[in-house]
Structure formats: structure tokens, C-alpha cells
Design a binder for this molecule. Structure first.
Ligand code: NAD
Ligand code: GLY
Length: 344
């Protein structure tokens, strides 16, 4: 299956096909250009090797696995390695891995020699349904996540569901946090499908699920590439989710699990009991948390660091009905009182 992200000169195809990892050469030009394949130490090495083997002149560069690699130091090392390989602007970068590899590859592509082409080959569920599509690239600073970045669309995305076979269960569950989010913000039918499965059986309909999520993301990004309006709905669950990640120092909760808890905590405040209970049941079926032990009074001040906070106001996403999201804005002090937390 092929979807096309329509962004004028920055348009690109998103290929969803088992085995497409082995067919990069069919979807983008790898002849007469150097190809720098970036991966991490947790991704089975065979994936990057399969990609490199299709290119006459390629190298594989492996960074340590984990969020810690999305930093200035590793970013600098990647650029140095690209330089040492003799890359120029006409050459190609390829990300083979999860969101960490995708984000740092995209940022290197946005900045090396003022910009060059890159391909996303996402190998985690989270990266397949979210981070590989839409052109947000970033690295972290000691002061916070994703604080340095650029909008840089890939030239194509190859989403190969076969790679999920090696993905540890914990990361599969993590990606399901974002999948459930798509059902909540946009697609009641997708949500109803998810309700019929659980983490053990979702692989039976995984291709359909990934396609639905990617198509939703495509539509949202086409309307708001630069995240000035509608794209914010993709952040449902993220305002509290980011606070949870930060409160637990990015160790206890992975991104998708923090988002799952964030969605449920927001739904408890804003939805009917029926919607809240459906969301919690679904989140639980995918082995994700519906709440955290941290008190709301400690979490709310951390929401103040959220990038969606505009001056003294906080923008956050509410889904009163399954399949429909709205952006709300509130003075931060009011938000704090409303959520039952102390004022920042
Ligand atoms: P990740 O990239 O750290 O991958 C999770 C783990 O899975 C890693 O240890 C990795 O080595 C391993 N792995 C990857 N593919 C595998 C496979 N097929 N088999 C076995 N192991 C595999 O985590 P993630 O959840 O994919 O991405 C999280 C990152 O994505 C965060 O940095 C987040 O900020 C970013 N993100 C970016 C966007 C965006 O729009 N750019 C959106 C959401 C999240
Ligand atoms: N992951 C949120 C976005 O791409 O906007």
C-alpha cells in the first residue's frame, strides 16, 4: 500500500509493505550517490545491512540505543562520520530504527551542508505510526527533550511491518499508546477495532492499524505542516504525559505509556464516565497505565514546561467524544486549579 503526503515540493510516498526494507532501491535513487545508513545498537543489525547492501556505495553507522543518544554529542559524532565518509549534499541519509534514530537522522539531514535528502525506515511501532511521518526532527538538550530541531520532510518512508516481529513487547505496548491516541482524536472505527483486540492478538490486524494511523497523521500534517494549529491534536495525552515522563526522569515511563496515562487522566476530567471507562479498558488491554502514583499537584507545574504553552496560557487537547478532538486554551493558573494541582 502506498500513501502520499501532499506537501507541494516536499511531497513524498509512504510505503506500507512487508519486506519493503529490502527494496529501498525501488523507491529512491541510490545509484551514483553515497548512502549513510544510521541505526542503533538495539536494532537487529541485519536491517541496516539489508539496506546498505542495496546501495553501491554505503556505510552503516551505529549509535548506542536509547534516548541518551539524541544529544548534541552523538549528533556531532554523526556529522563528523558523514564528513569522513565524504558526503555531499546530493548524497542520502537513511534512518533504520525507532524514533531516536529517525529524529537524529532527520536533524542531521536538515543541517548537514544546509540540508540533504533522507529516508525514514521505521522499525518500532511508535516510529511507524508517528515519528517517521511528518518531518519533525530533533535532539534533546540537558534542559529538556526535543529542544533543538527542524521541520525536514523525508524523501520517502518505508514502513515494513515485518520488523515489528523482533520488537520487544514493552516497545510494542508503547507504540499502542500512540495508536489508541489516533482512535481517540480522529477515528471511532479504529478505536472500536482496537477494543476487539489486545496486545497478544493485535498483530492479526496490524497492517490495517498502521495504515489507519499513518493516514490520519498524513491528513493532519497536510493541513498544518508547521504545527501552528490543527497538528496540535496529535498531542492528546501529551501535556500530562510529558509531565509524567519528566517527573519520573524519563526512566520509569516510556513515551507511549506516559501518553496513555496522560490521555486517561485528561479523559477522567473531561469525558463522560462511559468514554472514560472505554478508554481505560482499551489502554489496559494493551498493558499500558491509566494513571500514575505521582500527585497531580506535582505533575501540573511540569505541564508549564510544555511547548504548547503560549505565554501565560496553556493549550491542551480534549476528546469529549471518541474520534473527535478539540484544542482548548486556558490561563495556566486556571488550568492548575482545574486539574487540582498547585499553581506553578
Ligand atoms: P527508540 O527509538 O528508542 O526505540 C526503542 C527501542 O527499540 C530501542 O532500544 C531500539 O534499539 C529498539 N528497536 C528498534 N527497532 C527494533 C526492532 N525492530 N526490533 C528490536 N528492537 C528494536 O524509541 P521509539 O519509541 O521508537 O521512539 C521514541 C523517540 O521518538 C523519542 O525520542 C521521541 O521524542 C521521538 N518521537 C518523535 C516524533 C516525531 O514526530 N519526530 C513523534 C513521537 C516520538
Ligand atoms: N508527534 C506529533 C507531531 O508529529 O506533530
Amino acid at each position: 500500500m502506498k500513501l502520499t503526503m501532499q506537501l507541494k515540493s516536499r511531497s513524498y510516498d509512504i510505503i506500507l509493505k512487508a519486506g519493503c526494507l529490502a527494496n529501498l532501491h525501488q523507491f529512491t535513487n541510490v545509484q551514483h550517490r553515497k548512502v549513510f545508513v544510521l541505526t542503533d545498537s538495539g536494532v537487529p543489525a541485519a536491517y541496516a545491512q539489508t539496506v546498505a547492501a542495496q546501495c553501491p556505495e554505503a556505510t552503516v553507522y551505529t549509535i548506542p540505543q536509547g534516548e541518551g543518544s539524541k544529544c548534541l554529542k552523538v549528533y556531532g559524532q554523526v556529522l563528523q562520520a558523514m564528513l569522513a565518509f565524504g558526503m555531499d549534499r546530493r548524497d542520502l541519509l537513511v534512518a533504520v530504527g525507532g524514533g531516536v534514530v529517525g529524529d537524529i537522522t532527520g536533524f542531521a539531514a536538515a543541517t548537514y551542508l544546509r540540508g540533504m535528502d533522507y529516508v525514514q525506515i521505521p522499525t518500532t511501532l511508535l516510529a511507524q505510526v508517528d515519528s517517521s511521518v511528518g518531518g519533525k526532527t530533533a535532539i534533546d538538550l540537558p534542559g529538556g527533550k526535543n529542544l533543538v530541531g527542524a521541520f525536514k520532510q523525508p524523501v520517502c518512508v518505508l514502513c515494513d511491518p515485518d520488523t515489528l516481529r523482533t520488537l520487544p513487547r514493552k516497545f510494542l505496548a508503547d507504540g499502542m499508546g500512540e495508536v489508541i491516541k489516533y482512535g481517540m482524536i480522529w477515528d471511532e472505527k479504529l478505536f472500536a477495532l482496537l477494543e476487539q483486540y489486545d496486545l497478544d492478538r493485535i498483530h492479526e490486524v496490524m497492517d490495517q492499524v498502521i495504515a489507519s494511523c499513518v493516514d490520519i497523521k498524513r491528513q493532519v500534517v497536510e493541513h498544518d505542516e508547521f504545527d501552528t494549529g490543527e497538528r496540535m491534536i496529535l498531542n492528546f495525552g501529551h501535556t500530562l504525559g510529558h509531565a509524567v515522563e519528566s517527573y519520573y526522569h524519563y526512566v520509569t515511563y516510556t513515551h507511549g505509556s506516559a501518553v496513555a496515562a496522560g490521555m486517561c487522566m485528561m479523559a477522567k476530567k473531561t469525558c463522560s464516565e462511559d468514554v472514560y471507562q472505554r478508554l481505560c479498558r482499551c489502554v489496559t488491554a494493551y498493558e499500558l497505565p491509566t494513571k500514575v502514583l505521582a500527585p497531580m499537584a506535582e505533575l501540573v507545574p511540569l505541564c508549564g514546561n510544555d511547548k504548547k504553552r503560549a505565554s501565560a496560557s496553556l493549550r491542551f487537547i480534549v476528546c469529549q467524544h471518541i474520534g473527535k478532538a478539540e484544542i482548548r486554551s486556558m490561563p495556566f493558573t486556571e488550568f492548575a486549579a482545574w486539574m487540582g494541582g498547585k499553581q506553578a
